[in-house]
Design a protein around this ligand. Structure first.
Ligand code: SF4
Length: 293
């Protein structure tokens, strides 16, 4: 029986940075509050909560006067920073540097589009924290689309377009939407009023090809990821596209024994929000389950 953990799966540097900042602050013995999960992984959040991390909502900021509040790797809109400062909280800004650069690009895009009556289009999940942080840079004037259908419904082909993407979107979807933009604007690719910037994080896009190769090598694949992880859902679909025996689990207790029946090789991989220790725990459980057969 071969059981292999993908060495390239696991936290990206943005998540590592945010967790390190939380751990450093927690080491001082004071509680730290986070507005939403630092990482879309229940098991890792439980570990941090045991160290003294608490979840809070924006509406609770006023009662957190003097407390430490962490801004996640996803970033946040300027209005939230202002509200937190007014409430007198100690801010720990763990915005990923890649996201911070993208926020700056969103502002630059709007500076170009606004005088021309153009549109800033963000390919991203509506309501996702990173997207909320991005649209907040330009007073929510961006058009957020999730699909080619949204593009056709919400974006005016007669006006200039500047498209960027949430960092964790799939390169495939980004290409589809980019092609659809050129198909719908006058003059197609020669239209000088279209700017498209591929802003998918390389920590994510580089994993697509790698995971295809990894997942295709095993009889069964266990993809470990939180249900809320946008990046996890996209990478899981990639594994599943090359190996129908790919199963998504949040924790080792979700493994169904019949998935492993007849398998002589099992690959374990995950998202940029999946802790290594969790994949190792999954490997241990697989070892026990297959050892009993
Ligand atoms: S996926 Fe990329 S942009 Fe997002 S937190 Fe990780 S390193 Fe930063």
């Amino acid at each position: 029986m071969i059981i292999e953990i993908d060495e390239k799966s696991g936290f990206c540097f943005g998540v590592v940075g945010a967790i390190s900042k939380a751990e450093e602050s927690l080491a001082g013995g004071e509680p730290v509050y986070t507005l939403g999960d630092i990482v879309h992984n229940r098991m890792e959040m439980e570990r941090l909560e045991e160290l003294g991390l608490h979840r809070a909502t924006q509406n609770e900021l006023d009662r957190l006067n003097g407390c430490s509040v962490l801004i996640r790797a996803h970033g946040a809109p300027p209005a939230l920073f202002a509200k937190a400062r007014a409430a007198g909280v100690r801010l720990i800004d763990a915005t990923c540097p890649v996201v911070a650069r993208l926020q700056k690009l969103a502002r630059e895009a709007w500076d170009i589009m606004e005088p021309r009556g153009g549109q800033v289009v963000i390919l991203g999940k509506k309501g996702h924290a990173e997207v909320v942080g991005l649209t907040g840079q330009i007073d929510d004037k961006a058009i957020v689309i999730e699909s080619v259908d949204d593009l056709h419904n919400d974006v005016d082909p007669g006006k200039p377009i500047y498209m960027i993407s949430q960092t964790t979107k799939s390169p495939e979807l980004f290409d589809q939407v980019s092609r659809a933009i050129y198909d719908m604007v006058p003059g197609g690719r020669d239209n000088g009023d279209v700017i498209i910037k591929d802003t998918i994080c390389r920590q994510v896009s580089s994993r697509y090809e790698h995971l295809k190769e990894f997942a295709s090598r095993f009889d069964a694949v266990l993809f470990v990821s939180g249900a809320e992880s946008s990046n996890g859902n996209a990478l899981y679909r990639i594994c599943r596209s090359v190996n129908a025996h790919t199963y998504k689990i949040e924790s080792p207790d979700a493994i169904e024994p019949q998935w492993l029946d007849g398998a002589s090789s099992i690959g374990i991989c995950g998202a940029t929000s999946t802790p290594k220790w969790l994949m190792e725990r999954v490997a241990g459980v697989v070892q026990e389950m297959t050892g009993q057969r």
